[in-house]
Design a protein around this ligand. Structure first.
Ligand SMILES: Nc1ncnc2c1ncn2[C@@H]1O[C@H](COP(=O)(O)OP(=O)(O)O)[C@@H](O)[C@H]1O
Ligand SMILES: [Mg+2]
Length: 357
């Protein structure tokens, strides 16, 4: 590629990335400054991108990325095989992309499609594939029983305890959660949600996502315009950059080994308590329910301002005494949190020493 052409592509990509990230006000200033071009040249680039149908104006007259290609597939949920659907309908959007991206999409699509086929009890499943100049977006929707509802009913039936839809949703952050343990392992959502650039599940008016997007609903209804789908059943939206250098093995290596399998998990405590101050024993029990399936549990305390003594004791003493071989690690703990954990652990050590003497 000639130097001039390369420079042109770089500037175009720079503008596209800014537009994708929604910095509408800054696009012009940032591009002029970073790419060292005049305002006239900037407008010429903008016009070019518009002429090539790579960007379009939304209803507020702001530029957004255009869909290069968009297609909706509808399937009757009878005798479906996720790998066949991938090969017949989805692969055409992915097969020209680099191998690492093809591998990620094959894994993600087949996991989430299998969930719709086997867990939703829906009669129909819809798959929307959209290609923008920078990303591939896939939305898999079913009008079935609803994922969070399904999890809630299962927990209530097996434990006899009532739980909220939010608590049901939070089970998905942990990994190894499944309502069909005979032939499922509870890994699909855990790994797929971590490998995508953007992953969210909309169901029963709630959103599951690792990131706190304020505009989740807007984002999904932008992609699925007539989003009655959000009222019933489950919609899973996945987005990955066409230039991504992620690899499936990177994410698997973080949590699995060939010998021990899926032995490690990590939870962001902030996702389990809205106010950033977990206090009660019952809260801790609910969060740590099922954690004995792992050998190592990392708790990420980012965004947690303080810890209640009972909450902390339930995890670092009660759970730890019950499962002494499980390693519990704390990361991103502030002074308050670290102080509480150390106090609880040291008090317990003293008590044990006294009992021994
Ligand atoms: N489309 C869906 N409709 C209803 N429930 C779902 C759906 N997708 C997932 N689930 C629920 O979420 C759980 C976790 O899914 P996943 O992580 O893929 O694990 P697995 O499929 O191995 O159980 C499932 O066991 C099921 O209870
Ligand atoms: Mg699954």
């Amino acid at each position: 590629m000639s130097f001039k052409k390369e420079k042109k592509e770089r500037i175009e990509n720079y503008i596209l990335e800014l537009i994708k990230n929604g910095n509408h006000e800054d696009v012009k200033q940032k591009t002029i400054y970073a790419c060292d071009i005049s305002p006239t040249t900037y407008y010429r680039y903008l016009k070019n991108l518009k002429d090539k149908n790579l960007i379009k104006e939304d209803k507020n007259n702001r530029y957004v990325l255009a869909d290069v290609r968009k297609e909706l597939f509808c399937y009757k949920n009878k005798g479906l095989y996720e790998h066949e659907i991938y090969e017949n309908d989805i692969d055409q959007f992915i097969k020209t992309l680099p191998k690492n991206i093809q591998n990620i999409w094959y894994y993600a699509f087949t996991e989430i499609m299998n969930n719709a086929i086997e867990h939703s009890s829906a009669n129909e499943i819809h798959v929307l594939v959209a290609e923008t100049p920078l990303d591939i977006i896939i939305v898999i929707s079913d009008e079935g029983i609803g994922i969070f509802n399904n999890i809630k009913s299962f927990i209530e039936e097996t434990t006899g305890e009532e739980i909220s839809l939010e608590d049901a949703m939070r089970q998905l952050f942990k990994g190894k959660f499944t309502t069909k343990s005979e032939n499922h392992a509870g890994e699909g959502i855990f790994f797929t949600s971590r490998i995508m650039d953007l992953f969210m599940i909309a169901s029963s008016g709630l959103f599951f996502s690792h990131d706190n997007y304020k505009d989740l609903e807007a984002k999904i209804s932008d992609i699925v315009p007539n989003s009655t789908l959000l009222k019933k059943g489950t919609s899973v939206m996945m987005q990955l950059s066409k230039n991504s250098n992620k690899e499936t093995r990177t994410i698997f290596n973080q949590f699995t080994t060939p010998d021990e399998g899926f032995f490690r998990t990590e939870i962001k405590l902030k996702n389990f308590c809205e106010h950033g101050y977990p206090v009660s024993r019952s809260q801790a029990r609910r969060i740590f329910d099922g954690m004995n399936l792992f050998k190592e549990v990392t708790i990420d305390f980012e965004g947690v301002s303080d810890l209640g003594q009972a909450f902390c004791h339930e995890i670092f003493v009660v759970f730890q005494n019950k499962f002494p071989d499980i390693q519990i690690k704390a990361i991103n703990a502030n002074e308050n949190v670290q102080g509480m954990i150390s106090r609880i652990i040291n008090t317990e050590k003293l008590l044990k020493k006294k009992v021994k003497n």
